[in-house]
Write a protein that binds this ligand. Sequence first.
Ligand code: FMN
Length: 252
Amino acid sequence: MPNQTIDLMMNRKSIRKYKPDVPTDEIIHTIVKAGLQAPFASQLCSLIITREADKHPFNAPIAFYFLLDFHRMELIMKKRGWENVSCNLWIYHLGMQDVTLAGENMVIAAESLGLGSCYIGMTPFAAKQIAKRHKLPKRVFPVVQLAMGYPDEDKPPRPRYPLEFSLFENEYPEFTDEQINEAMKVMDDGYLAQDYYRNPDIMIPLQGEREEIFDYDNYSWTEHISRKWGQWIPSPDKLLKQFKECEFDLTE
Ligand SMILES: Cc1cc2nc3c(=O)[nH]c(=O)nc-3n(C[C@H](O)[C@H](O)[C@H](O)COP(=O)(O)O)c2cc1C
């Protein structure tokens, strides 16, 4: 089924090496407008753009902070004589979706214009610092950063789980060992074929008693992602603090 849009989506990959060329404002505005044309729950997404390649991940020429922005909503509600009563968890839930949908629309729009991108996920842990640097008002939370620019690398697309491991007709299945092994193999073989972890040297070190039995010949996605979730951020405290600093106490 030849289709330009789908081909573009199937060939997209995160870009971690960029040419220094800065896209024109016309191109940037086209991409951002396409992003914001995504479906929204409440238009809770706004963005900060920065053009400081030396400070950006992978020295990308431009980068965006995606903001979960309830400030604008409160400005509008005030003019209408209303005050928000919704809990912050619900605002966060819908806001994350507004931000995510706009972000991915931008990624695809950028791709169609020859630009690549890569999300940076640890942004929320630096929320207070980002808020200060970019003068974010209260009730605005930086969710994620997106580095963008013209690619200076051409890697093949990264694998995904087989469709039957992700799409279930009517009922969620009980997976067989074979299906789990197959899904793991597809992912691990795909990342190993690209030597994905070796060159940036990003094997996650083991904490505690576990003995290291991997090297870059067999360390791949399923071990990497297991090490993340098996050792990552057991306490919510640091993250909750960042939300609180931006006036989003998620328990209220
Ligand atoms: C929310 C989010 C956060 C991410 N954070 C990072 C990051 O901090 N550093 C990085 O190099 N890639 C990051 N990525 C990119 C993923 O590693 C990448 O999308 C995934 O490995 C699949 O590869 P692909 O995008 O090339 O298909 C992130 C992606 C998402 C969606």
